[in-house]
Design a protein around this ligand. Sequence first.
Ligand code: KG4
Ligand code: ZN
Length: 340
Amino acid sequence: MLVLGIESSCDETGVALYDLDAGLLAHQLHTQMAMHAEYGGVVPELASRDHIRRAIPLTEACLAEAGKTLADLDAIAYTQGPGLGGALLVGASVANALAFGLNIPVVGVHHLEGHLLSPLLAEPRPDFPFVALLVSGGHTQLMAVRGIGDYEILGETLDDAAGEAFDKTAKLLGLTYPGGPMLSRLAEEGDPKRFTLPRPMLHADNLDMSFSGLKTAVLTLAREQEAAGGIDDATRKDICRAFQEAIVDVLVSKSLKALKQSGMKKLVVAGGVGANKQLRAALDAAASRHKLEVFYPPLALCTDNGAMIAFAGAMRLKFAQTAGGFAIKPRWDLASLPAV
Ligand code: KG4
Ligand code: ZN
């Protein structure tokens, strides 16, 4: 079964072809980062218009990359939500129009389910059950995953998502949008010992997290440094490092706690912040200390992409035989999905 996947929930148009037997055959991505950079954040109307421009050419590029034609498709999967309403409508319209024209099934995929299952696109593949650490720009959750659609939220951020904290902190340090990856690059060259920032809720007796106070702590530190003579490049890198150390510490500690509480031995990391090198290194080190296994998506599939949507759609069609129709759900709770 050959599935075309279309992702258009935010500022990336991703299209991919996933075959149940042959695996991922092609994936194409256009990021709107440069377009939104001059506004300092995503402008929803511009995002929608750009998805319209990109969806069909990326689909054609995917088919060419895989040596396939539209006639070879067996189904189409698209991101149904959560995300920006207008942006979602573009993917939903293209997917449904193509599927109607080709007379094949169409399935609406939950964006976070796409992220959650994306580590199954890498080798070795984790078997169910596992604990998932979902760390994206909009969500930070720890989940017990017992099968496709069987997701129990164990803990989550009470305010900002980890990616959001990276982006907001980057902005207040004067880094250009989207600041997360840039902040993390600067942090790699920073001194981990020079500044220490608070680890919110680290010792709380639950799996919830809170990251909004961290950006305020960074702001206070930056002001102190400014008053003490200004922030040179080295100091900026050291502040970035202190911020990253704090976030990574909390994410690693809460992940270990989730594994312990659930009695599971496998951790799966998904979402944009899963691309963070320091987080990966810290999780790998903790895993080898505690005899646990950690799984990641391929690096290129950590942030938004069409491959995870094609894959999740293929899984739903294969195991649940659910075909959707035309709908978007800008707000959509992952735990409400039916298990298969
Ligand atoms: O999963 P994703 O592509 O989109 C959402 O569904 O939100 O995640 C994007 C988020 C952004 O906040 C971005 O700053 C963050 O992931 N991110 C990173 C890194 N790469 C992307 N954060 C920290 N370190 C990175 N290397
Ligand atoms: Zn995402």
